[in-house]
Design a protein around this ligand. Structure first.
Ligand code: DX5
Ligand code: ZN
Length: 220
């Protein structure tokens, strides 16, 4: 079975205290820190970019799982790798003539390439990227419309996860949006192993317990 990765979405953290929020999540048992990078164009919200990733990297050795909700992911490959990003997950909905070129550039800089898809995008669109000569190493199935934390999980998206898990038994499959104690079981049994959770962790009285519960559901 593929290993569980629990990735708190730092979008729900207090950005004015990012380093200590990050440290806290790691102490609570998080595997990755999920960093939502938005450009105000691909999605109607604006968050952080390479500068903030670099500041965080100076304070933490954590795996920074960057989710790029941007129209031109290629423009961010160099800046983000210099900043110290670990994973680079771009959206399949952006217009990109040469996926192989993008994936290759991400890999060359030492980051781990991933592809994300919005709820309305058919799963078939990511197959060529998973099967490419230089493939993406993770598929992120969005379970809300990208742009904001705190939205409701869309269980219909689990069909995509099941299809992926059946086709690619050892692929990292990440789910993002509305994950928490109430929704983890459907996601885990569909085959997701990388779990992003923002509000359910940060708003919890005991975030540590939420993180270990999420892990248990995936690993059982
Ligand atoms: C939404 C982001 C998510 C978001 C998840 O565009 O990609 O990572 O922060 O937040 P929750 O877990 O609150 O839905
Ligand atoms: Zn995200």
């Amino acid at each position: 079975k593929v290993k569980a990765k629990i990735a708190p979405s730092m979008l729900s953290s207090d950005f004015a205290n990012l380093a200590s929020e990050a440290e806290k999540m790691l102490q609570f048992g998080a595997d990755w820190l999920h960093m939502d990078i938005m450009d105000g164009h691909f999605v109607p919200n604006l968050t952080i970019g390479p500068t903030v990733i670099q500041s965080l990297r100076q304070r933490s050795r954590a795996y920074l799982d960057c989710h790029l909700m941007v129209t031109n992911p290629m423009d961010y490959v160099k800046p983000l790798s210099k900043a110290g990003a670990s994973g680079f997950t771009f959206h399949v909905e952006v217009s990109q003539e040469n996926w192989q070129d993008l994936i290759q550039k991400i890999k060359e800089t030492g980051m781990r390439p991933g592809v994300a898809l919005k709820p309305g995008t058919p799963i078939e669109q990511v197959f060529p990227l998973v099967e490419a000569e230089v493939p993406v190493e993770m598929v992120l199935v969005m379970t809300v419309e990208p742009g904001f934390g705190g939205q409701e999980f869309m269980p219909e998206m689990m069909d995509k996860v099941r299809v992926l898990r059946k086709k690619y038994p050892s692929l990292d499959i990440e789910v993002d949006g509305g994950l928490g104690p109430k929704t983890i079981d459907v996601a885990a049994s569909a085959g997701a192993n990388c779990i992003v959770a923002g509000s359910s962790i940060f708003k919890a009285l005991k975030p540590q317990e939420v993180i270990s519960l999420l892990r248990k559901s995936v690993e059982e």
